[in-house]
Design a protein around this ligand. Structure first.
Ligand SMILES: Cc1ncc(COP(=O)(O)O)c(C=O)c1O
Length: 388
């Protein structure tokens, strides 16, 4: 479990606020913000936060108060960011779905990246003569799970890199200036894949005469378990720096860099505090199941991706037991301890021997948990969230 784990502090919060409860620690978010904003690029740099990772108002307000902009993944999210007081000029919108309020967003000053030819055409019809960004699928993808891979031929995200001539045609038709190229190949990308992705993104950028900015998305691999390894944002920053410098020498174009990580900033800042609601077994040749008062309606990543999260029973037991940890939903896939290879296969975790009523902490839940769960399933209310 993360370095922040302070058993007494978590137990105190569980008693004070009741469970299930998401607790986000500001110190941990700050530690990550410091690394993101410390990067230096030769021709300018804009860091943003992909708020889809965790859109709790206090989290968004805190991150943006540190001078980090916003990457919105839908026109609704962009509007929510504005309602939270984020300056529109600091918001970039890159959405799978066409914006329902494009005029309002553009008039407010939000930066827009079209992610398909259809979106570019929609933009062009309304905003002829202005500049716009395009999201390009550079031809490769990456991700800790195939479901977190958003590049390459199996992905619908962005305009396929071989269709840049069509993009240029639309730019001429609507008198648009394409000044930004955006790419994002997946969540959980490691150093070597980053290197290749930057190279391909720059190759796409080179094809646009008016290019000023390259947005390389987010997707830094974040280690939640001790067995996992994070991608160093500093090392990726060095590679970007070198490639941007070489690009300028080759083409005479000095590109501003934008990065927009989500998970990197918040994943390990969050703990889900739950209670053991029940303990059942399937006999001598079966398993002992630890049932929590939370589940896929608060945390879907294990069910969706076979994602692994540290789990700890916060009691004083000296003995351990092997448990399958499950959620409270009427669904056999509501599993917090899936096998690494396959979300449908159960795995046991060796945990402190628990009793009904004990508090359990699930770590690494600051990103893509509260914001990406099966809310409302089985009628369970969603876990509360607090930033401390
Ligand atoms: C366009 C874009 N930018 C940034 C991100 C953030 O990714 P991560 O949370 O892995 O950093 C995503 C995630 O899907 C994305 O689609």
């Amino acid at each position: 479990m993360g370095a922040l784990l302070n058993r007494d502090r978590l137990l105190d919060l569980a008693v004070r606020y009741d469970t299930p409860l998401f607790v986000y620690f500001r110190e941990e978010i700050d530690r990550q913000i410091n690394k993101l904003v410390a990067l230096e690029m030769p021709y300018g740099y804009t860091p943003r936060y992909a708020m889809k990772a965790n859109h709790h108002p206090d989290v968004v307000r805190h991150i943006t108060s540190r001078g980090v902009g916003i990457d919105a993944s839908s026109s609704h999210e962009a509007e929510a960011a504005m309602k939270l007081g984020v300056v529109p000029e600091l918001i970039s919108l890159t959405s799978q779905q066409s914006a329902h309020n494009l005029t309002k967003l553009i008039d407010a000053g939000i930066q827009y990246n079209a992610t398909s030819q259809h979106q570019l055409e929609q933009y062009g019809r309304q905003f002829s003569g202005t500049s716009v960004g395009v999201r390009i699928n550079p031809g490769i993808g990456s991700g800790f799970s195939r479901k977190a891979n958003v590049g390459g031929p199996t992905s619908s995200f962005g305009i396929w890199h071989e269709q840049i001539d069509a993009v240029k045609g639309l730019a001429v038709k609507y008198n648009l200036i394409i000044n930004r190229v955006h790419t994002h190949i997946g969540s959980g990308t490691d150093l070597r894949e980053w290197e290749k992705s930057i190279e391909l993104s720059l190759a796409a950028a080179e094809q646009f005469a008016d290019i000023t900015t390259i947005n390389l998305g987010g997707g830094f691999k974040v280690a939640r378990m001790l067995s996992e390894q994070s991608t160093s944002i500093t090392k990726v920053g060095d590679i970007i720096n070198q490639q941007i410098t070489a690009f300028a020498q080759k083409t005479g174009k000095s590109l501003r860099v934008e990065l927009e990580p989500g998970g990197f900033l918040v994943a390990n800042a969050g703990y889900l505090l739950a209670e053991v609601d029940d303990i059942v077994s399937t006999g001598e040749d079966g398993y002992i199941f630890l049932k929590l008062n939370t589940g896929m309606n608060d945390i879907l990543r294990p069910t969706l991706y076979a994602a692994q999260h540290p789990i700890e029973v916060l009691n004083d037991a000296t003995e351990n037991t092997d448990y399958v940890v499950v959620g409270h939903n009427c669904e056999s896939g509501d599993l917090l301890s899936p096998s690494l290879e396959d979300a449908e296969t159960i795995e046991t975790r060796t945990l402190k021997t628990a009793e009904i009523g004990d508090v359990v902490a699930v770590a690494g839940v600051g990103a893509y948990c509260a914001s990406m769960a099966a809310h409302g399933y089985n009628g369970f209310p969603s876990a509360k969230e607090i930033l401390v």
